[in-house]
Design a protein around this ligand. Structure first.
Ligand code: C5P
Length: 302
């Protein structure tokens, strides 16, 4: 296939923050019932899907960030193979992924890449899958993938497959990544082992996020997995304290961790928090897919 004729589709894969995460019973299939408010953010990997023979993935790691393996276990490849199987058996693609999201940090980077691949290839391969059919396919790839297919934030139930869109107000967060990783299955194992009671109040988080009451949100947000992970990695608690001392309105571990997300009163407050963390922080805001723009040095700002 000539490179000149190859069609290309670009998509952004947005990191997510869980404004609350409640964990329930372990089900017979091994997954836990959960409930969460998931907000995709302005921090995003950049994906270019170009028509090709066969399915390949090339990853361009961000400077200073850990490399992501580009093998068959990479969720971007899993997503491409899954879509090809149901809707485009003979099609191929060369996927190029610029990684900006810290890897294995609880920010849903791999799931976001999978969601972006599904959207890009549904277009590139003219599959014509409906949003509902894409959601179903997404759920077979990973628990966070259906939420990250949506344009904006969503309330999520089941193991992650029941997704209800929700509008939330703008707010500025600082994400603090760590240089160690925790594995999601292990974290849910710690939850089972410790069996803590869930104490948070999802309704208070939802109401505050909807109305833009950031002080109320800072006080109400919670993550059931934070206790078990912090018990084994006390540096999470230390970072939490540091960002709160620097003026954050609240701080929460992201997903299954270990990254911490600090909620701030605005950009000036976010810079204060970023100055206070030796690990380095990344300022982000909730972002609709239709709102954030591809930053392409060849084309200038789009
Ligand atoms: O779906 P995902 O690949 O993100 O899940 C990784 C692992 O995390 C699962 O194999 C399971 O051990 C655990 N998990 C869970 N309950 C969920 C989501 C994930 O127990 N709702």
């Amino acid at each position: 296939m000539s490179a000149l004729q190859a069609r290309e589709v670009r998509e952004l894969a947005r990191a997510k923050i869980n404004l609350f995460l409640r964990v329930g019973e372990r089900r017979e299939d091994g997954f836990h019932e959960m409930e969460s408010l998931i907000a995709p953010t302005s921090l995003a990997d950049e994906l270019i899907a170009t028509e090709a023979d066969g399915i390949t993935l090339e990853i361009d790691p961000s400077p200073g960030r850990e490399e992501t393996p580009a093998g068959p276990d990479n969720l971007a490849v899993v997503a491409a193979l899954a879509l090809a199987e149901v809707a485009a058996p003979s099609r191929g693609v060369a996927i190029e992924l610029v990684k900006n999201i810290p890897v294995a940090g609880g920010l849903g980077g791999g799931s976001a890449d999978a969601a972006a691949v599904l959207l890009a290839l549904n277009d590139l391969w003219d599959c014509g899958l409906s949003p509902g059919a894409l959601d179903e396919l997404a759920a077979t790839i990973g628990s966070d993938v259906p939420a990250l297919l949506q344009d904006g934030a969503s309330l999520v139930r089941g193991r992650g497959e029941l997704v209800e869109p929700i509008e939330i107000e703008q707010m500025i967060w600082v994400i603090v990544p760590f240089d160690f990783r925790v594995l999601t299955p292990e974290v849910f194992g710690w939850w089972d082992e410790d069996a803590p009671a869930s104490t948070g109040n999802p309704s208070a988080v939802i109401a505050a996020a909807r109305s833009g009451d950031i002080a109320g949100l800072g006080a109400a947000m919670f993550n059931d997995l934070e206790g078990p992970v912090t018990a084994r990695h006390p540096e999470i608690a230390a970072t939490r304290e540091r960002v709160l001392d620097a003026g954050a309105l609240g701080a929460i571990m992201c997903g299954s961790g270990p990254s911490v997300a600090a909620l701030t009163a605005g950009m000036d407050a976010a810079f204060e928090v970023m100055r206070a963390v030796p690990e380095g922080g990344i300022a982000v805001a909730p972002a609709l897919r239709s709102e954030i723009q591809w930053d392409d040095p060849d084309d200038g700002a789009l």
